[in-house]
Design a protein around this ligand. Structure first.
Ligand SMILES: [Zn+2]
Length: 161
């Protein structure tokens, strides 16, 4: 598939300026996340993650985010507790090889009981999926941050019912 996109961009690029070709590539490449990207999360899903994080505080929790993507909007509809996931006071992780191949998994969310919403170096090295969400105490919608694999911040909006 990647070869096909590249060929398509190459053919188009021959007629367009380099800048246009880059724009085409970004438009055609489903892995690209634009700077207008945003995350919308269903309230039920958010409230579930919130209580999980609260219940386990001061230990970290980690969940897989499920949903769909429409253009620049990542819509999170539910979350999964990863098989064999575990949390401690310092980190939360799960063995990625135990996961099913599920293309509805958009990324992960984990808690930082310290309240620091920045990803750690370890977080960035263990990035799974497209998105990484971090929740900090008191685990309200104002204490959530999300990042791309490149470390870019993506705004998060919790949808009301
Ligand atoms: Zn972390």
């Amino acid at each position: 598939m990647l070869i096909l996109w590249t060929q398509l961009v190459f053919q188009k690029g021959a007629q367009e300026t380099k800048k246009n070709a880059q724009a085409s590539y970004k438009r055609l490449n489903p892995l690209h996340i634009s700077r207008d990207a945003m995350i919308q999360i269903d309230k039920d899903a958010f409230m579930g993650m919130k209580s999980l994080a609260e219940d386990n505080h001061p230990k970290e929790i980690v969940v897989l985010l499920r949903g769909n993507r429409s253009g620049d909007v990542f819509h999170i509809t539910d979350y999964l507790i990863p098989p064999f996931g575990f949390g401690s006071r310092r980190s939360a992780s799960f063995p990625a090889y135990m996961l099913p191949i599920d293309f509805s998994i958009l990324g992960t969310a984990h808690s930082h009981p310290s309240g620091n919403l920045r990803p750690s170096t370890g977080d960035m090295h263990n990035f799974y999926g497209r998105l990484m969400m971090i929740l900090g105490p008191p685990y309200s919608m104002n204490n959530v941050a999300a990042y791309t694999k490149q470390g870019k911040v993506i705004p998060v909006k919790v949808l009301s019912d």
